[in-house]
Design a protein around this ligand. Structure first.
Ligand SMILES: Nc1nc2c(ncn2[C@@H]2O[C@H](COP(=O)(O)OP(=O)(O)OP(=O)(O)O)[C@@H](O)[C@H]2O)c(=O)[nH]1
Length: 216
């Protein structure tokens, strides 16, 4: 699909157990664009969303609609209803909380079972890597990510480690899947929306170039 000059919206969610740092990660990413410090987050109630605009190197403009979900079990029926309309999911665990790592497969399965055969780009995030009290090794997290067919990255908002890189990685993977036709625009799906087509002039000038030198 020709995506250069087009403007898209990608809907991306952060999922994982309560208190693993989803809100902090999102706020740090969104605040990074504004350069402001963020206060200590309260536990998320249901779902909240943020957005950030990006210009990708290949010429595509993207508005990321970033959904922060509550990790607590009592909000699960609310958060579950949003999975179907996501194109990207960051599965977040806390490297100092073994249980949050052991629940990753269940989080993954929840999304897969609600999305059916449609493609979702996942990224596994081992968060709070600034802490020395870790109980999940990088190697076992990499192995889990490989077994689920996704990449793995460690992040921290305390020392701003890999925060932009995590969101860039998911965004680029979605862009690539869109260009290759692995992800398609669908009328009744909000995971990817076309906000604006490439201006006609640039499309017709590229057509003129393709048809060779001027004939007049
Ligand atoms: N050391 C350290 N602490 C962090 C980091 N990110 C978040 N925290 C702390 O972890 C706690 C939980 O963070 P939240 O961002 O509220 O976690 P959450 O996953 O959004 O929690 P729920 O909304 O309940 O699902 C807070 O006290 C944060 O300050 C990090 O990178 N390093």
């Amino acid at each position: 699909m020709e995506t250069t000059g087009c403007s898209y919206q990608f809907r991306i969610a952060l999922l994982g157990d309560a208190a693993v740092g989803k809100t902090s990660l999102l706020r740090c990413y969104v605040a990074g664009a504004r350069g402001s410090a963020e206060p200590e987050p309260e536990p998320t109630v249901g779902v909240e969303f943020y957005s950030r605009a990006l210009q990708l190197p290949a010429g595509m403009r993207v508005k990321l609609q970033l959904w922060d979900t509550a990790g607590h079990e009592r909000f699960r029926c609310i958060t579950r209803s949003f999975y179907r309309n996501m194109v990207g999911v960051l599965l977040v665990f806390d490297v100092t909380n073994r249980e949050s790592f052991e629940h990753i497969q269940a989080w993954h399965q929840e999304v897969v079972s609600s999305r059916g055969p449609d493609k979702v780009i996942f990224l596994l995030i081992g968060h709070k890597c600034d802490l020395s009290t870790r109980c999940v090794s990088t190697q076992e997290a990499e192995e889990l990510a490989a077994s689920l067919g996704m990449a793995f990255m460690e992040t921290s908002v305390k020392n701003n480690c890999n925060v932009n890189l995590a969101f860039d990685t998911v965004t680029r993977a979605i862009e690539q899947a869109l260009q290759q036709g692995d992800i398609k625009l669908e009328e009744d799906w909000a995971g990817v929306r076309l906000l604006q087509r490439a201006p006609k002039s640039s499309r017709s000038s590229s057509r003129k170039q393709a048809s060779g030198p001027c004939q007049c």
